[in-house]
Ligand binder design. Structure first.
Ligand SMILES: [Zn+2]
Length: 277
């Protein structure tokens, strides 16, 4: 019985790590026998749980930073977005650490160049990315984004500012990881969120329910910088589509064939934009 629970625990961790990081389950499979061998040799019996946790984290980090990037480039032609460059950063470190930051080199170049242009237009500002794609295999989805499965898609956070002072913020959104920072629909605007929710598309509002806005974060939508970001991406010839909700599009005062609504089957796009090649 003890062995059964031990096996169940391992399967649980492998499944969870595979779901959230794609490669974490495999790294765990290599790590467990290695850890057993080392602790047996060194006759370590006390504090094994914390030692295991700490050393797995280090092992995962080393593999993720040293082996996964060249392997992803040669096997699937995808490259990671930077952890910290002057004009591009993940909104939350998790997007980088969980290997959810892989894209085709063409998309990486578009993101970096667009962010540089934005940084020139609004000095001190940088683009914050959310989920992009995993390192390997076309068709392998990065849940809950079914379409993020080919290295050609990325989500980016809108810009916000302090409500009281009007201070421009970077890398900060009303909800903790970007998703869920929904923009309320005003009177007279097309209310796609209401339509999708009332028509039973539970997945549409999923991220907003999972990550509600922090009430103490008194932020407001920064129209000026968000407009610059969206129009810069839309005007890039390499970009195929930019998804955003109709009321955000109207608020930004932008038009264009590339600016589209993702529809009710996708997660809502009034807390981020989705850019794809
Ligand atoms: Zn997306």
């Amino acid at each position: 019985m003890k062995n059964f629970w031990k096996l169940a625990k391992h399967i649980f961790w492998i499944a969870l790590l595979t779901l959230f990081t794609q490669v974490g389950g495999l790294i765990y499979l290599v790590f467990i026998p290695l850890f057993r061998l080392i602790t047996k040799r060194l006759e370590i019996h006390r504090g094994r749980r914390w030692l295991k946790l700490g050393s797995f984290f280090c092992f995962y980090l080393i593999i993720s930073l040293s082996i996964i990037p060249p392997l992803a480039k040669s096997l699937s032609g995808r490259v990671p977005l930077p952890f910290s460059s002057k004009h591009v950063k993940p909104l939350h470190w998790g997007y980088f650490l969980l290997n959810r930051n892989y894209v085709k080199p063409q998309l990486k170049e578009i993101v970096l160049k667009t962010a540089d242009k934005l940084g020139k237009a609004h000095p001190g500002s940088y683009v914050s990315y959310l989920d992009a794609c995993f390192p390997f295999k076309n068709g392998y989805p990065l849940l809950p984004h079914i379409s993020h499965n080919d290295g050609r898609k990325i989500d980016l956070a809108y810009f916000y500012k302090q409500k009281k002072s009007g201070k421009e913020l970077n890398g900060k959104t009303p909800a903790p990881i970007g998703y869920g920072s929904t923009l309320e629909v005003r009177k007279g605007e097309v209310n796609r969120p209401k339509y999708c929710i009332e028509n039973g598309h539970w997945n549409y509002n999923f991220t907003a329910k999972l990550f509600p806005k922090f009430p103490w974060r008194n932020y407001e939508f920064d129209v000026k910088r968000s407009r610059t970001m969206v129009s810069l991406f839309a005007s890039n010839p390499g970009v195929g589509k930019v998804f955003l909700e109709p009321h955000v599009k109207a608020r930004l005062g932008l038009q264009g064939k590339k600016l589209r609504s993702a529809g009710c089957h996708a997660v809502r796009h009034d807390d981020h934009i989705h850019v794809q090649l």
